[in-house]
Design a protein around this ligand. Structure first.
Ligand SMILES: Cc1cc2nc3c(=O)[nH]c(=O)nc-3n(C[C@H](O)[C@H](O)[C@H](O)COP(=O)(O)O)c2cc1C
Length: 214
């Protein structure tokens, strides 16, 4: 069982990386092999729109995306992570997404794998749900199955979305915190990691039943 985390933040090791790390840590505790990839540490050029991938499952460009494509093929589950930039994913994450087209136009290689997403933002209600939706749409395009985690107990939000805004002080000035201190988001991230492994295991069980009865 392999779970691959892909971080689209321009800042490896910062808030978004930490939130993604919480997902992977929980998945590892459930027995998965996990790997966290920082897109900012890779050389991934822009898609050039040549449409090579319409005729064959290949890209005309060759850079670090070659390795990442293989990692995605081998993974049972993929977790995407991005900061909210102007109410969407970062340009780095979008560029990565465009380069995954060779996986889906001819062979739909990621079909049936499980997926999940996390996001961070400076503010509440300032685009983080659109950031999550952009990643969810990528999973849908690849016909993957998205896990929406809900930790036990009261409902605290709609996903693993960590923000830096912690309200106003008595004088009405904003109180800022590291997104790493958003406990509700980290609880949801950990739940996501466990749920991803659980769903992937269930799916692999049903796939072997199907193969055995054929
Ligand atoms: C160019 C830019 C655009 C941003 N746009 C938003 C935004 O629209 N809404 C928001 O709440 N935060 C926004 N932020 C704040 C980041 O989402 C936030 O600081 C995030 O946690 C950074 O993640 P990182 O620690 O992985 O870099 C923006 C930050 C930058 C640099």
């Amino acid at each position: 069982m392999k779970i691959l985390g892909i971080n689209g933040s321009h800042r490896p090791g910062r808030g978004t990386a930490a939130l993604l790390g919480a997902v992977l840590e929980a998945a590892q505790e459930q027995g998965a092999d996990v790997e966290q990839v920082e897109l900012a540490e890779l050389e991934i050029g822009f898609c050039i729109g040549c449409n090579t991938c319409l005729g064959k499952a290949a890209c005309a460009l060759h850079d670090d995306m070659d390795i990442l494509i293989e990692k995605m093929r081998e993974a049972d589950g993929i977790v995407l992570a991005s900061p909210d930039y102007f109410s969407s994913i970062t340009a780095r994450m979008k560029s990565f997404m465009e380069r995954t087209r060779p996986l889906h136009m001819v062979e739909n290689a990621l079909k049936g794998k499980v997926g999940g997403m996390v996001a961070t933002a400076g503010l509440d209600n300032c685009g983080i749900e659109e950031t999550m939706a952009a990643m969810e749409r990528w999973f849908a395009t690849h016909e993957m199955l998205v896990v929406h985690a809900r930790p036990a107990g009261p409902v605290l939000g709609s996903g693993a979305t960590a923000t830096g805004f912690a309200g106003l002080d008595e004088e009405g000035k904003p109180i800022w915190r590291s997104v790493k201190r958003d406990a509700a988001a980290f609880a949801c991230a950990r739940q996501l990691g466990g749920d991803l492994v659980e769903l992937a295991e269930r799916l692999s069980g049903s796939r072997s039943c199907g193969a055995g009865s054929a």
